[in-house]
Design a protein around this ligand. Structure first.
Ligand code: N01
Length: 512
């Protein structure tokens, strides 16, 4: 965004809490942290020299490699000189008379700007549940998303991991390889698919680079911003032998491709159950102790209705004698003691606690900015019953505020790089046209916003997503309104809609 704004000849300044670029990949340094989108797809497309010159080493990029990439991009485009690091935005208010945003930071900065663009991410407000006694723990305890930069010594230690979402599922096998003993506290089992990560075949990398233009186009016009074959064919009515061959082939491919095997899995409970049972069968094959295998089999949500996990050796880790699984639904965590975790059934002595307990997703990072719009209305008050935004790009009553990957856009249901670039391009073009037209202020029309919010909900209601207690629904945060926050209508269709709105003179926006 900064690069594009400079290209328009605008003066822009970034504010960043960390001491360097990288966002998610700056903060998430837990053992095993890796992206589950393939590296050649999880990368910027805005500069052809960049995408031709950068060499990825693995099919799925590790956190250190993505962080190196982010730093490389910052160096290459000389971005740091316009970023103020180690500085948190603590409040921003729209000044109606002066038509500027007045931004405040924890360093005492007071800045006025015509436009305010948020790039705070969807999963950056880390959440640690308030277990009684947590502060009394004498060992080290860390949230996966706030992992110490110097690393954590785990060799010979007894480690508790609380949480089995994507972060826990990635970290547990790696931690088990280092620690003396790992106790996993699982509340809800998740579906996880194998990554089958491997070094990038140089021949494949050359082929991708030679075909990047076409591949990027396919990603931008796809459903979720990823390459791959997503079948429309229904699994219901497909013979058992045929569907098992298809599921086996997808399992062997690794990653998200499994979910694209059949078109009805995301929308029909009976179809979904067939895919879910295939994965449960795999868990039972891999995990030797039948009781542990059953504990690891998800049953409370349709497969894909919570963010699917992608792992390396996760289920097999429970075959290790030094790994224990505790089902905290049956045996709840009662308190953290100075030396461990007490559940209803007993006390687990540990030296380190890893909180893989997730995030106040999507709205959390935006609400933390302390935004106040027209008439002194705070975003927190406006969104009390759930987020409301037009196209996920602007929220009515907060003029000249753009939200990159905001609620109501595909964001977390897609390859984030594709969705980020789409928003950046759209916002940049919008600012260019406003300037050309001598327009100072743009705001979402509340009527258009209501219609978009209704559409977002309607499309979600055709799917199985609302059936899960997921962070997509805000269900992981006590008291958070239960609303499906991202837009499930597809990356390609969403892009067309945004482009059409712009082509029609910013239909649904009020310009003044
Ligand atoms: O967080 P989560 P995450 N007592 O919210 C449990 C992306 N990501 O950091 O399900 C006990 O998914 C909670 O249990 P339950 C990806 O989009 C991507 O793992 O609420 N347990 C759950 O098991 C992902 O979806 C990558 O019952 C408690 C876990 O903590 C998103 O980030 C890697 C608890 C939280 O799981 C978030 O993933 C990592 C309590 N009081 C993350 N409170 C890749 O690209 C919570 N839990 C690979």
């Amino acid at each position: 965004m900064l690069h594009r704004l400079r290209g328009l000849g605008l003066t822009a300044r970034g504010y960043e809490t960390g001491d360097d670029v990288g966002g998610t990949w700056y903060w998430n340094r837990y053992p095993g942290a890796r992206c589950d989108v393939e590296s050649v797809q999880y990368s910027y497309s805005f500069d052809d020299d960049l995408q031709q010159e950068w060499e990825w080493s693995e099919r799925y990029p590790s956190q250190p490699e993505i962080l190196r990439y982010a730093r490389h991009v910052a160096d290459r485009f000389d971005l740091r000189r316009d970023i103020t690091f180690e500085t948190r935005v603590t409040g921003a208010a729209w000044d109606e008379a002066a038509r500027v945003w007045r931004v405040e930071t924890d360093r005492g900065d007071r800045v006025a700007c015509s436009f305010l663009i948020t790039a705070v991410g969807c999963l950056s407000a880390a959440r640690v549940p308030g277990f009684p006694g947590a502060d009394s723990f004498r060992g080290e305890s860390h949230h996966t998303g706030r992992w110490p930069h110097e690393g954590v010594e785990l060799a010979g230690k007894r480690v508790a991991v609380i949480g089995t979402g994507s972060s826990g599922i990635q970290a547990i096998p790696v931690i088990a390889g280092q620690a003396a003993h790992v106790t996993v506290f699982q509340r809800t089992p998740n579906f996880s698919l194998p990554a089958w990560n491997h070094p990038i075949d140089p021949e494949h990398a050359r082929w991708v680079k030679a075909n990047y233009a076409a591949l990027r186009h396919d990603m931008r016009t796809s459903a979720v911003g990823l390459l791959g074959v997503f079948n429309d064919k229904p699994v219901l009515g497909t013979g058992e032998e045929e569907r098992n061959l298809e599921f086996e082939a997808r399992w062997a491919q690794g990653g998200f491709s499994f979910l694209g095997a059949y078109g009805d899995v995301a929308i029909d409970p009976a179809a979904n159950e067939i895919a879910a049972e295939f994965v449960r069968g795999k868990i039972r094959e891999i995990v030797r102790d039948p009781e542990t295998a059953e504990l690891l089999c998800p049953r409370d949500h349709p497969i894909g209705s919570k963010r699917i996990c992608v792992d390396t050796g996760y289920y097999a880790t429970y075959n290790r004698p030094d790994v224990t699984l505790v089902d905290v639904r049956r045996d709840p965590i009662e308190e953290i003691t100075p030396t461990g975790v007490r559940t209803a059934a007993g006390h687990h002595e540990v030296d380190v606690i890893v909180y893989a307990t997730g995030y106040d997703a999507m709205t959390g990072p935006l609400l933390a900015l302390g935004l106040t719009g027209k008439g002194g209305l705070s975003l927190r008050d406006k969104w009390r019953a759930g987020p409301r935004a037009y196209l996920g790009l602007m929220t009515a009553g907060f003029p000249n505020l753009f939200t990159i990957t905001g609620p109501g856009s595909p964001s977390v249901l897609s390859n984030m790089m594709v969705s980020i670039e789409q928003h950046v391009d759209w916002i940049a073009r919008c600012l260019e046209r406003l300037r050309a037209g001598g327009i100072a202020v743009i705001d979402a029309d509340p009527v258009a916003e209501d219609a978009w919010v209704a559409h977002v909900n309607e499309v979600a209601s055709f799917t199985l997503y609302p059936r899960a207690d997921s962070w997509y629904m805000g269900a992981n945060i006590p008291g958070k309104p239960r609303v499906f926050m991202p837009y499930v209508g597809g990356v390609g269709a969403y892009r067309d809609k945004c482009d059409q709105v712009a082509a029609d003179g910013y239909e649904g926006f009020v310009l003044s």
